[in-house]
Design a protein around this ligand. Structure first.
Ligand SMILES: Cc1ncc(COP(=O)(O)O)c(C=O)c1O
Length: 440
């Protein structure tokens, strides 16, 4: 059993997180219920910051809000002094509603609409991460129209794709994001933005993948980027003030996963950038920015479900159904993602059977966990699935008209409801009935 953050087994044999009894919370707020361990989020945020501060390197740690966005998480991230990466008008709107300082918001995305860009410029976001030539031209028009100076980062694809333990070096990246370093796109983009009067080209951005357990992918990307900066220095007399190396730091969903501590990724990045700087005489180390999502909120989240029906097919499989599924956690269906789970009210009981945890959606692919060892289960039990804090709630849907669950933050024995459970009325609030005399 791999308990995360402040999770522990209470004297009543229940799972406790943040000094609160998860079973009591499930009874109070209903299930499924997302719980977030606030202390773990703070701890990770501080770990990333400390790693930069100890080395005296200028930095920004921007929370990749796609992992989980809500007003409360944005307030917490702001309290911790982090920046914020948003990728849509909706995420930006939520951040502004949370009174997140606009100048610490970075706006990403491969297809920002003119309305979204205008919204971002009017709000005064800290920078726009420019992704493609269409966006450059939109941004030129809008910044001129609004007479605004815009800080930009150029998103580059360095031809390194990292995933877990593997990384692939490609001559040319097949990605919908960013400007390719190797085929001249990146140089063309730099030329297009450098001398435009409303642009201030802060630097570059690259994101090489997700759930990464090694530092090599990052160091290879840095090597490639800085090799290219040499050409930029020679050809355009340009050297970036900011290098944003994206997110992708792994977490331990199951015992098969072996992530590094936040500071190990950051230290490796700083060391490689410092090594590369010998090529640039008289230049200062650029500011290093990162964008962790999953590693800030992933293992801080636990979903509590109520156990419902069970179906045993002799010699084949024992299905145990819960009252949620792909509507609150699409990752197993989408990516064959693996999770661990405990029986929150029977933490002292030994596993005695192999079961598979099924969601309640009308999809045979709606399975949360295949073949997990658990104690005997009844419909009075609560299943806690750990590490559901990233890309769970933010990817949740109303498939089968199932309401999205509530979200509760816990820390030091305190609990707070931060997102209400949807009601049936919420499900139909945008529906309009047919007019009486049409489509008859
Ligand atoms: C540009 C960018 N930055 C940061 C992230 C966050 O990644 P992770 O949650 O794996 O840290 C992503 C994830 O897709 C991304 O696309």
């Amino acid at each position: 059993m791999n308990l995360h953050g402040t999770a522990q087994i209470g004297q009543n044999h229940h799972l406790w997180i943040g000094g609160t009894d998860t079973v009591e919370l499930a009874k109070k707020y209903g299930t499924p219920l997302y719980l977030y361990d606030v202390a773990l989020i703070k701890n990770r945020a501080r770990g990333f910051k400390k790693a930069f501060e100890e080395k005296g390197v200028g930095y920004q740690v921007a929370y990749a809000s796609k992992a989980f966005s809500s007003i409360a998480i944005f307030q917490l991230i702001e309290q911790e002094g982090l920046s914020l990466d948003v990728v849509s008008g909706g995420e930006l709107f939520t951040a502004l509603q949370a009174e997140f300082p606009a100048e610490r918001i970075h706006f990403h995305g491969n297809n920002k609409s003119p309305e979204e860009l205008e919204f971002a410029l009017s709000a005064g976001v800290g920078c726009i991460v420019v992704d493609n030539f269409f966006e450059i031209s939109l941004l030129k028009t809008l910044s001129s129209k609004l007479n605004k100076k815009v800080n930009i980062l150029i998103r580059l694809t360095p031809g390194i794709e990292a995933h877990t333990h593997d990384y692939i070096i490609t001559g040319q990246e097949d990605s919908k994001f960013g400007f390719d370093l190797s085929n001249g796109q990146a140089d063309k983009a730099l030329k297009e933005v450098l001398d435009f009067e409303h642009f201030h080209v802060l630097g570059v951005h690259c994101h090489i993948g997700s759930q990464i357990f090694e530092t090599e992918g990052f160091t290879l990307a840095i090597e490639k980027l800085f090799g290219h900066f040499k050409k930029w220095e020679e050809n355009y007399n340009y050297f970036p003030n900011v290098v944003n190396l994206g997110g992708g730091f792994g977490i331990q969903y199951t015992s098969e996963d072996t992530p590094l501590a936040p500071e190990q990724y950051v230290t490796a990045m700083i060391e490689e950038v410092s090594r590369q700087m010998h090529r640039f005489e008289g230049k200062e180390l650029p500011e290093l920015w990162i964008e962790p999502g999953r590693s800030l909120v992933g293992d801080a989240g636990t979903t509590i479900y109520s156990i419902g029906s069970q179906k045993e097919i002799e010699g084949v499989r024992h299905y145990v159904s819960v009252d949620g599924g792909m509507t609150d956690n699409i990752r197993p269906a989408l990516y064959q993602a693996k999770y661990e789970a405990y029986v929150a009210n029977k933490m002292n009981e030994k596993p005695c059977q192999t079961v598979s945890i099924a969601g309640k959606c009308c999809e045979s692919g709606d399975m949360l966990i295949w073949d997990i060892e658990l104690p005997k289960l009844t419909d009075n039990d609560y299943l806690a699935v750990s590490c559901t804090g990233a890309y769970g709630y933010s990817m949740a849907s109303n498939y089968n008209r199932i309401q999205r669950p509530a979200v509760v933050f816990v820390e030091n024995g305190e609990e707070q409801l931060v997102v209400k459970r949807e009601t049936y009325e919420d499900l139909i609030k945008n529906d309009l009935p047919l007019k009486s005399n049409v489509f008859v």
